[in-house]
Design a binder for this molecule. Structure first.
Ligand code: ASP
Length: 403
């Protein structure tokens, strides 16, 4: 049986058993073990493969072009994501019939300062950045290291070879760790369904369905369209090739933790070259969060509705703008998108306490938004590679669904 089939089975068995036997919530450590195993690979893998990637991109002009395309893709798809989220919310009216109970007070988070955000991308101590998995700082340093190593020619070779070897080792370990994925997916799903039984889910069912529908629509329209238009890749092949990463993101709720798997899937199953995958995907895991943006749009609408506030065009535009920024600022860890939702609500003038309404089931929202965040980065890597003429063709007969 293929790995993705095993993951799917583990996932379904876990979800069903968790609903029937709430005691299975105790299986969570199995999932946590898996998450720790992948997380241990992130810093060395991203750093080493991006150094190699930057050095093989070689000239700075090309690096700038790839960077520009990547950022344009990220911004455009995120803005479309929020618009889709808002349209779905307008049509489905998730807050209609919701009875507002007393909620506690929610303390607002301060708005990040733009200058500081940019300054913080430059590390003052790379060991510290690696130790804390600070992706943007690792990316900046790795780009410099790769370019520097190329500029010194022969003398840079041993360093590049070393990084190449580190990256290969990390990809290999990712493959080994993935054999645990079916059990981890089962354990995490059992925990989720055991701790979020029907009584928690039902009151918010409409909001959940709206977020799921909007995410699926976004994937079906935007990602399928993008990989087909730019790369002539069949959407089915794209989604099948990324299934492992999708499942890991769905169950771990962390795009950072999924990174080793999603890079491996994009390179091995979709033909994205290392130099583009190692740039676009870690950057995307940090700043490109379409799923989170959709969730923020739908939830802002939902909260306005349950508080009886009618939104006008200026507020919709404000939601599109701030949710794009908020999703850029969201860290790729579980629950981060909900905290950043406070930024959107504050900017639009909606009650922050609304967050507490959805907090109870945030994990269920997080599963779909994280998996869409990861798929969006992979679609970006495919689009950028194709426009650079570097997408490798994988022979049609090869089964891309994993080994
Ligand atoms: N958990 C999400 C991620 O890792 C971020 C979020 O909470 O929206 O991509």
């Amino acid at each position: 049986m293929k790995l993705w089939q095993k993951i799917l089975i583990g996932f379904l068995i876990g979800a069903v058993l968790g609903l029937i036997f709430p005691q299975l919530a105790a299986l969570k450590p199995v999932g946590d073990l898996f998450i720790r195993l992948i997380k241990m690979l992130i810093a060395p893998m991203v750093f080493a493969s991006l150094v190699v990637g930057a050095s093989s991109i070689g000239d700075l002009r090309k690096l700038g072009r790839v960077g520009g395309k990547t950022l344009a893709y990220f911004l455009v798809t995120t803005a479309i994501a929020i618009v889709i989220g808002l349209i779905v919310a307008l049509v489905m009216q998730p807050g209609a019939g919701f009875v507002l109970k007393e909620v506690d007070k929610y303390e607002p988070k301060p708005m990040p300062n733009i200058t500081e955000v940019f300054l913080n991308m430059v590390p003052t101590n790379i060991i510290n950045s690696l130790a804390t998995d600070n992706m943007l700082q690792i990316i900046v340093f790795a780009l410099f290291a790769g370019i520097g190593a190329t500029m010194i020619g022969e003398k840079g070779k041993p360093f590049l070879q070393f990084c190449n070897s580190v990256a290969e080792v990390m990809y290999k370990i990712t493959g080994m760790v993935m054999s645990l994925a079916p059990y981890a997916a089962g354990a995490l799903m059992a925990w989720v369904t055991a701790t979020n039984g029907p009584d928690v889910l039902l009151p918010l069912a409409k909001a959940l369905v709206a977020v799921y529908v909007a995410n699926i629509l976004h994937a079906a329209v935007v990602y399928s369209g993008a990989v087909y238009l730019f790369a002539r890749m069949s959407p089915l092949r794209f989604f099948q090739g990324m299934f492992e990463a999708w499942a890991v993101a769905f169950t771990t709720c962390s795009s950072s933790a999924t990174l080793p798997v999603s890079m491996r899937n994009a390179q091995e199953n979709l033909g994205v070259p290392n130099e583009i995958s190692s740039f676009v995907q870690p950057l995307g895991a940090t700043i490109n969060m379409d799923g989170t943006a959709i969730y923020q749009g739908v939830c802002a609408y939902f909260i306005a509705q349950v508080y009886g506030i009618t939104l006008g065009l200026p507020q919709y535009l404000m939601i599109i703008l701030t949710a794009t920024l908020a999703s850029v600022g969201t860290a790729g860890v579980p629950g981060a998108g909900m905290i950043m939702l406070s930024m959107v609500l504050q900017a639009v003038g909606l009650p922050l306490d609304g967050i507490l309404l959805i907090a109870g089931v945030d994990r269920i929202f997080d599963m779909i938004r994280t998996s869409m965040n990861v798929i969006g980065d992979a679609a970006g890597a495919v689009v950028v590679s194709a426009t650079e003429g570097e997408l490798k063709t994988i022979p049609a007969g090869v089964d891309v669904g994993g080994k």
